[in-house]
Design a protein around this ligand. Structure first.
Ligand code: HEC
Length: 307
């Protein structure tokens, strides 16, 4: 009995970390989400369950003990097998014949003799049979439940649900990322959506000083290759964000979100090389982009397609 207990304990301990991995610590996160009331209830339930199991084990132990004593005292039943033996024979091991007995000899398959090695036509142990029957029954129940009745998600539905959750998480990550855009990490966003939104932002906020086509007015021409403060996406973003207050360029960081400033900066870079109606003379220095940061030539066509 002691052996059985320690065996169970060892089994329990060794399988513990295995579940934790295969279940992706779901039970653990569930535990963390519980409040103290629920946790106390869970602990009490666990203790009650443990006591019940202990009592059951004790009962089985006492019963086997008593039946052994009774058998010994009663000469009639002394030779009868105990209930455990009967149970074992029916459900666990089956009838095992003595080696060399008549029954065993009868099962020997003489026609299967190879070099004197014969085969014993043995039964399948009942426990294995039960496991087999169990798997068949489980398969039927499973199939009917999932595929016939349509209860519970199928593999495809589970996959789609995972995709949906992952898409939501990606959206959230992107929102966080977008909020963190600044002059040091901003990149040229050539997606049509971003450029279209940049164009709208430009026309509503910037056209008054830079002209709708970027040709300039109060502010400098944004279509030429000359820049007062540099022509990289980072330079443009920085000017849009902080402005040049003493020269009349407004800081936009309080009115526009980092993403909007990225969009309008990207849109400005696509205006390079276009011919505005009334171009202001070049101001500042000629800016030649490094090859890596050059605005793709087809980005003007992207803008043309959204116009
Ligand atoms: C009130 C007028 C005004 C508005 C509105 C305005 N700007 Fe300007 N902007 C200026 C002036 C003036 C300068 C020149 C600053 C200087 O000389 O240093 C300038 C400079 C710039 C530059 C730098 C150009 C260079 O050659 O380095 C960029 C980029 C720019 N503006 C983008 C924008 C954007 C984008 C908006 C709208 C969100 C905007 N501006 C709105 C007046 C304005």
């Amino acid at each position: 009995m002691k052996k059985l207990f320690s065996l169970l304990a060892i089994l329990g301990l060794t399988t513990f970390p295995v579940w934790a991995q295969t279940e992706e610590s779901n039970w653990y996160t569930m535990l963390q989400a519980m409040d103290s009331g629920q946790l106390t209830l869970l602990v009490i339930l666990g203790i009650v369950l443990g006591v019940i199991v202990l009592l059951l084990l004790l009962m089985v132990y006492l019963m086997s003990f008593m039946s052994a004593v009774l058998q010994k005292e009663n000469p009639v039943t002394a030779n009868e097998p105990s209930w455990w033996e009967t149970f074992k024979k029916r459900f666990v091991t089956g009838q095992v014949d003595e080696v060399g007995s008549k029954e065993e000899k009868a099962k020997m398959m003489a026609d299967h003799s190879y070099d004197g090695i014969t085969e014993l036509d043995n039964f399948m142990p009942p426990w294995l049979q039960w496991v087999f029957i169990g798997t068949v029954a489980f398969a039927i129940v499973y199939f009917v439940n999932y595929s016939v009745l349509g209860n519970g998600p199928t593999g495809v539905e589970e996959y789609e649900e995972e995709l949906r959750v992952e898409a939501a998480a990606a959206e959230f990550r992107k929102a966080n990322l977008v909020a963190g855009i600044d002059e040091s990490n901003v990149v040229f966003d050539e997606s049509a959506g971003a450029l279209a939104s940049g164009k709208t932002i430009f026309e509503t906020n910037c056209a008054a000083c830079h002209a709708t086509d970027g040709g300039g007015g109060v502010g400098p021409n944004l279509t030429d290759e000359y820049w007062i403060h540099g022509g990289s996406i980072n330079d443009v973003f920085k000017i849009v964000k902080y402005g040049v207050v003493e020269k009349g360029m407004i800081p936009w960081q309080d009115q526009l979100s980092p993403e909007q400033m990225q969009q309008v900066s990207s849109y400005i870079l696509t205006m390079k090389g276009t011919t505005p109606a009334v171009p202001k003379e070049p101001q500042g220095e000629l800016y030649t982009p490094a090859p890596a940061e050059a605005v793709p030539t087809d980005s003007t066509s992207v803008v043309a397609s959204i116009e």
